[in-house]
Design a protein around this ligand. Structure first.
Ligand code: 16G
Ligand code: ZN
Length: 519
């Protein structure tokens, strides 16, 4: 029904399949087939399929599968997905049969697949192909239309675990926004905090959903929304969280008032960074590391006041985390930090090792996960504690409800950040002043074979080609507070270079020098 029209090899990478939209129809159809098989292997529990290419530009698109607990597809299935996507039309049936045997799927079971999509003009056609794939193997598709990636993750989780919430967009608003409002009633707006927040919606789905939410807020937060996709604004083009973070520039399409805090979302609403411009029009970025430290210090404080210090809280970062943030977390907050490989699934799994695990990529993708033990402890304090303990426990329980634990979520993170700023009476400079970021620079380098570069130690060191790490070490040793690493990208055919130094000039030069060695 959706014939393969290209021989270009495609791989299920860190964030699913992602490429030019016109190469994807057969891939998405086949992922519909695979989602049904996955659902049956999971005893008929619901699987999710999200059509999106996140922060990529409009001509791209992609698809990723969501496992029953709202998590990313189990890693061992990525190879199966890749095999299925690349086989010829002629061999599709036999390979599908082979895979069904291999994974031991009982094809007589029911199968359920939730399908969501972002705002790209190619998304509806691809979502339809996905549904056709599901129907071809006698599964039941349910289309959610345009939703953020995290809303779909949330709905999948709720469908398979009804204690988490109601599996619908409304259910999501009820839980996330509802708990934000409940917390706001317990806190008073004080100090330097003010309720006006500007938002860069990247001309994607996140801004559109905030526009719906905005109407239900009664002055708890005054959202000024920009880049909602109208007025010729192009998806992710010179705007959005990725643009702001990587280029270190303010997005187009947003009105800039000095010291006004702005939240910038990415195209499918799973990343968020904050920034403001000062009187000299200089941009100050508060990225994922900042959000992580803000949330960690607030949760630690509440755990202290409610007498639950026995719960183990930890933070998970990647090599991209600013060195100053890691230092602040370990030395000032005295919270354990782990560093893992890039990619949300790696952070998520590491965070699950703590009672309360906070994970963020510097690019603004992250969330908090809470163990059953943590939730039960807090509920118990809410029942048996003294007045002060109970108050903190209740705020924490609302905080948990406001968190989308399945995956990083720009909307949920926005409400978490606004809650902490309000509770602490902070404006954006107060938040920024908790520590000073080291200047950094990221570069892309095009090489012949990016996979010639292999890394270890959570991508912080190279093990091949031989001699490369020694050269990098040499260059880094000449820079004050210098740090640099290189890694092959998992989403583009390039090598990424990251460098930090005590000044912007030294960071820029270090990045350029390291890039030279890689070229
Ligand atoms: C994907 C990942 C993101 C990671 C980025 C790195 C998910 C949902 N997304 O977008 O976490 O930061 O890839 O890209 O896992 P890179 O390998 O090209 O640097
Ligand atoms: Zn995204």
């Amino acid at each position: 029904m959706h014939p393969k029209t290209t021989d270009v090899f495609i791989q299920y990478g860190t964030a699913g399949f992602r490429t030019k939209a016109n190469l994807l129809e057969h891939v998405v159809y086949r992922m519909g087939l695979l989602a049904v098989i996955r659902s049956r292997v999971k005893n008929g529990r619901t699987i999710g399929m999200m059509i999106t290419a996140s922060h990529n530009l409009e001509p791209d698109n992609g698809v990723k599968l969501i496992d029953p607990d709202g998590e990313m597809l189990e890693q061992s299935w990525e190879e199966i997905a890749t095999r299925m996507a690349n086989v010829s039309d002629n061999d599709l049936e036999s390979i599908t049969g082979q895979i069904i045997k291999e994974v031991n799927a009982d094809m007589s079971l029911k199968a359920s697949v939730y399908i969501g999509m972002d705002t790209r003009y190619t998304s509806p056609r691809l979502a339809a192909a996905a549904a056709n794939g599901v129907i071809a193997l006698k599964g039941t598709p349910k289309e959610f239309g345009i939703v953020t990636t995290p809303i779909l993750h949330f709905c999948v989780k709720c469908r398979n675990d009804n204690t988490y919430g109601a599996p619908s967009e409304e259910g999501y608003y009820e839980k996330i926004v509802g708990s934000f409002k409940r917390i706001r009633q317990k806190l008073s707006v004080s100090g330097a905090y003010n309720t006006t927040l500007y938002v860069d919606g990247a001309n994607g789905v996140g801004g559109k959903k905030l526009n719906i939410i905005k109407k239900t807020l009664d002055g708890e937060l005054d959202l000024m929304l920009f880049n909602l996709g109208g007025n010729g604004g192009k998806l992710n083009l010179n705007c959005g969280a990725d643009y702001v973070k990587v280029s270190q520039r303010v997005p187009v399409g947003v009105e800039h008032v000095p010291y006004q805090r702005v939240a910038s979302l990415d195209g499918d609403g799973d990343r968020i960074v904050y920034y403001y411009v000062d009187n000299d029009e200089k941009m100050h970025l508060l990225d994922g590391d900042r959000i992580a430290t803000l949330l960690a210090s607030y949760i630690t404080e509440l755990l202290g006041t409610c007498g639950a210090d026995q719960l183990k809280l930890g933070l998970v970062q990647t090599a991209y985390a600013n060195g100053a943030s890691t230092k602040y977390i370990t030395e000032e907050l005295k919270i354990p930090v782990s560093c893992v490989k890039t990619g949300v699934k790696n952070l998520h799994h590491e965070a699950l090792k703590y009672d309360i695990g906070i994970y963020f990529e510097a690019n603004g993708h992250g969330t908090v996960v809470y163990s059953r033990e943590a939730k039960n402890t807090l509920k118990k304090i809410d029942e048996d504690g003294d007045a002060e303990q109970r108050k903190s426990a209740q705020i924490l329980l609302d905080f948990i409800d406001m968190t989308n634990e399945t995956v990083g979520d720009a909307i949920s993170d926005l409400f978490l950040v606004e809650t902490v700023l309000c509770a602490r009476g902070l404006d954006i400079t107060g938040w920024e002043n908790t520590y000073r970021d080291l200047p950094s620079r990221q570069l892309k380098v095009t090489v012949q074979d990016r996979n010639a570069i292999q890394t270890t130690d959570a991508e912080r060191r190279c093990i091949s080609p031989e001699g490369l790490q020694e050269r990098i070490d040499e260059i880094v040793s000449e820079v004050n507070s210098g740090r640099a690493f290189v890694r092959p990208s998992g989403t583009e055919d390039i090598v990424r270079v990251y460098a930090e130094g005590d000044t912007q000039e030294s960071a820029d030069k270090l990045a350029e020098d390291v890039a030279q060695v890689v070229r």
